[in-house]
Design a protein around this ligand. Sequence first.
Ligand SMILES: [Zn+2]
Length: 173
Amino acid sequence: MTKKALLVIDMLNDFIREKGKLYIGKRGEEIILPIQRELISFREKDNPIFYICDCHRFDDKEFKLFPSHCVSGTKGAEIIEELKPAHNDFIIHKRRYSGFFQTDLDISLREKGISEIELVGVCTNICVLYTAASARMLDYKVTVLKDAVASFDDDAHNFALQQMKDILGVKIR
Ligand SMILES: [Zn+2]
């Protein structure tokens, strides 16, 4: 059976916790349970899990567009308690929207012989969308679990799902 990897995107305190620096609202909390279910199912099959985590310098250029968030070494940049990684999971730090941009993600997936990935996490129209776009351009097969992705903006969430399906050839499940 071909191995498939789960990518858990930006489920970090600053986005998911009400006191976080860039809290995305209730929608972010609602996807914790479906993501826990996916984690269990991937672990049972011994399929690899990659946590894709925003991790910025305090003076990152992204803070011209968004308020400061997920600064390296802060509590806000940590993965939420409910989704704690296991010791053999991969942790990939990123400074831009795409989990593939100047990170170890592509080489790590290739080392494991993985050509198929499933995306969950936040935000549907930002880091999920741009990670899906990069993955498709590298010819990975991509599935997005619609009940396990969320955004602060419902219209943008729906647009991103449609765009991923129609333009990127992502399977929306
Ligand atoms: Zn960021």
